[in-house]
Design a protein around this ligand. Sequence first.
Ligand code: CO
Length: 293
Amino acid sequence: MRKKSLMLFSSLFIAVCLSTVALAAGGHGHKKEKKVGILLVAFGSSEASAQVSFENIAKKTKTAYPDIPVRWAYTSTIIRKKLAKQGKQLDSPEVALAKMQDEDFTHVAVQSLHTIGGDEYHDLRRTVGAFKIMGGFQRIILGYPLLATQKDMERAVDAVLENIPSERKSDEAVVLMGHGTHHPSNAFYAALMFQLQLKDPNVFVGTVEGYPEVDLIEELLLKNKIKKAYLMPFMSVAGDHAKNDMAGDEEDSWKSILTKAGIECVPVLKGTAEFDNFVDIWVDHIGGPLSHF
Ligand code: CO
């Protein structure tokens, strides 16, 4: 946490310097010409399989807002470092925003590509708040993550149901793997399961790092006498968690745990951002900030 604040501080320091330079270079109180931009912020992934998701989001954003320049940032330092070693330079949100300030953007819609408003989202919220206080942009607004309003929940429920493989029969289960967190927003996963089950009682939502845990999901599957389950990530990308914790051969993967319990498992390695119906929710959320510009 300390390292994070230090990084935020130094990025902000750079940003303040940049804005001071910009002011000295010809500010003198003249109102800058309006320049709107979008900054898409993902956790990031170093998995090649995740690129499909990011490309899909980039394409749909471009289609929805063709005249607005789009920039990207990854919040994960580990992933950015990993990518840097492969020669791919990805910015943190702080650096990306400092650069956008330097490029004379006046209005920025920062769009979170997170699933819930957890830690990562709130870190981003603080960064956006800091840039707001600095006054580097005329307006800077953060868009909601995938699941925020009740309308989002309903759209996500429909999207999940639409994306289930067509060969799945109604007495077979669909088990979604969410990330999960110690953050209070973790409650979204159980809330999603409740709303899904109103429409399809054999759809379950568990998490890797929060509640509901896989043990509870196993218990519920056995109670419903489920013999076969489709396992799908409820994360934007089918990255490390989906490949290993969900579908891996290790004995603590969900596939292994459920198989051991007598349930045949069919992993589906596709992140939510590979499906247009989910991407539409994120892309529509950019419209929130843009409507205030
Ligand atoms: Co994780």
